[in-house]
Design a protein around this ligand. Sequence first.
Ligand code: GLN
Length: 558
Amino acid sequence: MTASANKQTKHIFVTGGVVSSLGKGLTSASIGMLLEHRGLHVRLQKFDPYINVDPGTMDPYQHGEVYVLDDGTETDLDLGHYERFTNAPLTRDCNYTTGRIYGSVITKERKGVYQGQTVQVIPHVTDEIKSAVRKLAGDDVDVVITEIGGTVGDIEGLPFLEAIRQFALDVGKNNCLYIHLTLVPYLKAAQEAKTKPTQHSVEQLRRIGIQPDVLICRTEHKLMPEMRDKIAMFCNVEPRAVIEERDKEFSIYEVPLSLVENRLDELIVEKLGLRAQQLDMNGWNAMVQRIINPAHETTIAVVGKYIKHRDAYKSIYESLDHAGIALSTRVVVRRIEAEEVEREGAEKVLGGVDGVLVPGGFNYRGLGGKIEAIRYAREKQIPFFGICLGLQCAAIEFARNVVGLEDANSTEMNPHCAHPVVCLLDAQFSITDLGGTMRLGSWPCHLAEGSRVRAAYGSESVRERHRHRYEFNNQYRQQFAAHGMMFSGTSPDGKLVEMIELPEHPWFVAVQCHPEFRSKPTQAHPLFRGFVEASLKRREAKKKAEAARSRAAIPVSN
Ligand code: GLN
């Protein structure tokens, strides 16, 4: 990275109030994106006040997707937004939890680093938090954006808020900007937007000693000037620093546009005294236009176990959208509980879809449904994309239904099966801890000549991110190959199976990695693009065939 135009790294702290799930991550990512579009070098990080050391051990039902970085850190899904919106490099330094902060304070205490002092929240824990913020600053960084997870008023968030309050004392108030995201609810009965929750939440922040500089107000309706003035007056901020962030009709990628309409980028640049270029949003605007006015449509079934949680497969849904953007196509996602396929049968649940995707997951619940969905896609020539557990299920399905190995399974599901086509390798055998011990992070992969994946990537070697314990069992390679399965991606030494495909099928590709962590709205991932393109082809062919049928049904008079 080149040196920044500004001598000192500036800091933006993003907090949230009133309710959770307001979209602080999206807003932080959007701010980062706007600053990058003004030529600034940005870094982003998130503090999560919960006690788990990282979200890796958390149930996706509670926490949504676990997002994995190149360096193997298992992080909060908001970091996915950061990567999709910006080019900021993300590392282990970009996501801290209370557990991790306390972990390092306790380790230091045991080592005697505190030299006999009583170790306390202030200053020891807050110092640890501040040093985590400082880690991202540097000569090549103009702005560090630090998002504080949770909602102002949460007990567990207090040390983080205290630390960012102190931070301005350490580096000077003119080098810090506090942005608070709040909700301005619209009460139907009163036919009025209400500012009181925002006032209360800012009051909580001020009690801790933080006066926000900017308020971003999530609202369903337009924020009227009198509302803006009222919020400004009660919350002690300038009226122009009360920014409306209205709910978006089409896509999350519209969020930065509404912030620009409210001149947020100008305000930040001015308040932090940054030297920055003019804003150039042409590329982003063109991308959003393609979302709003798609030329085609295709329907993809995502068959998984955590379907009910909106965010459990967040990056997969986003990656499908990115492929849609690249192909001017609206991708309609049908979220299907794997157990529903077991109950109702594949034909009933999947009939009419143009593509089937089986995402990652753990344990046996829904396994039968996933395998049945894959069988259906393979036999009916419906484009199929398997990811991580999706590849493992595809291997089990192929073993059982094509190779004829009836009791084929993964040892994760049945340790005593007759044919363990997916199993633990030596490296995983002796591991007892659950946290941070899977095959994680970026791994190289060699792509076979003549394979679909090599054509899609346009390259013979790639790197993709991983998060799994189990692997394809090499003992079954020959048998699979003899029945038409191509091992199209392997580790460079050929020992690990990373991608498989069926050359005779329109698109049957499964990968052990998680390509969804490397897709961007402006740069769709080649495998998602290939899969959606194949699904679209099937849709268009079906449409043509239907049109021909209905033409043939019209009696011709002469
Ligand atoms: N449960 C499987 C494994 O650990 C797959 C993991 C995943 O899909 N991320 O290997």
